[in-house]
Design a protein around this ligand. Structure first.
Ligand code: FES
Ligand SMILES: [Fe+2]
Length: 345
């Protein structure tokens, strides 16, 4: 299931230049490029002349030139030039997609254009906040895009999948976390607190803790597929609101864009909140999170293959699935509100 009437990240803003970039989004081929004056554009990746991919083309002053027979289309999809011909036929146009540059991301809308309400785009001011230096990544994952949120919201996987990185190897730390789950306008907020826990390897790689810590993880799920995470730790018993060093402070932005039914682009970024002026500290957090994402990808892709083969009907939910189930409910609610004809009851 893919929600069509939603904003998804097509690319990080820095990925799109005047060199065309091909992406498949919601099962459609899309070409992304910037005009020579820097405007980001998204068109269907197929020329209206004989169908060749525009992503094999070249950006010129007038727009993107198909490099098969030279027809040019502007950012709105209108034909701007046909070599050696003045008359532009009615059919000489390609579909364009609404594309908004915000918080260092390019958000695309594939569904009904008249429903493309820009106020629905997730806010993430931390991408532009010097107090939270960021690094950005995109990991292709061979799974349905909803499995990314599923993974993030069942934190009991941390000790098994991420024992050597962000989890730490004691499952009890995660099983016994104090947690709360509160609905929000488009999802929910899921908070976890692990008191007196050993610092996991990823935290120790960044900050030296003498002993155990109080760890927090806070997730804001925003339907259909964005999770804003804030995680950190301070020495056990120290007040997190006022604690200076040693403390570990990290934000992670996660957003999954459906490519096909069983492939997605996992856009993620990390923000360093504890060693703001040291770019090497941001790199260290990034490396730790990148390892964790590789660990997740292994499980999610293998899970998708088994579900494809054996179906979902045989699967059960346990107590730790509450946040994941609530997220799926929020996706259905979003879809019902924005795609009333989708048949989702
Ligand atoms: S297919 Fe693009 S110009 Fe002919
Ligand atoms: Fe994970």
């Amino acid at each position: 299931m893919i929600v069509q009437n939603a904003w998804y990240i097509a690319a990080w803003a820095s990925e799109v230049t005047s060199k065309p970039l091909a992406r498949r989004i919601c099962n459609l081929p899309v070409v992304l490029f910037r005009t020579l004056d820097g405007q980001a554009c998204a068109l269907i990746d197929s020329c209206a002349h004989r169908g060749a991919p525009l992503s094999l083309g070249t950006v010129t002053e007038l727009g993107i030139r198909c490099n098969y027979h030279g027809v040019v289309f502007d950012c709105t999809g209108k034909c701007a030039q046909i070599p050696n011909q003045d008359i532009i036929p009615e059919k000489a146009k390609v579909r364009r997609f609404p594309l908004v540059e915000k918080d260092k991301a390019l958000w695309i809308w594939i569904g009904d254009e008249e429903s493309a309400d820009e106020t629905l785009i997730v806010d993430y001011p931390f991408h532009d906040d010097p107090q939270w230096p960021s690094r950005f990544a995109m990991s292709p994952v061979a799974s349905n895009y909803l499995l990314i949120g599923d993974n993030l919201l069942d934190a009991t996987h941390l000790a098994y999948v991420h024992g050597a990185s962000v989890g730490g190897s004691d499952p009890n730390v995660h099983m016994s976390a104090e947690s709360s789950l509160k609905p929000t306008a488009r999802g929910h907020r899921f908070e976890r607190l692990m008191r007196n826990a050993p610092p996991p390897p990823a935290y120790s790689a960044c900050v030296t803790f003498a002993d155990k810590i109080d760890r927090w993880q806070e997730f804001d799920f925003i339907a259909p597929s964005t999770v804003l995470q804030y995680s950190g730790g301070v020495p056990t018993g120290v007040d997190r609101a006022t604690a200076g060093a040693p403390r570990f402070d990290m934000r992670i932005f996660h957003s999954a864009t459906p490519a096909t039914d069983n492939n997605c682009y996992y856009f993620w970024s990390v923000q360093n909140g504890h060693d703001v002026h040291d770019p090497a500290a941001t790199d260290t957090i990034y490396d730790q999170i990148e390892s964790a994402i590789v660990e997740d990808k292994l499980f999610i892709e293998a899970q998708q293959l088994r579900v494809d083969e054996l179906g979902e009907e045989r699967l059960f939910d346990n107590a730790a699935d509450a946040a994941r189930i609530m997220a799926r409910r929020a996706v259905r609610k979003y879809q019902k509100a924005h795609e009333p004809d989708c048949g989702n009851a």
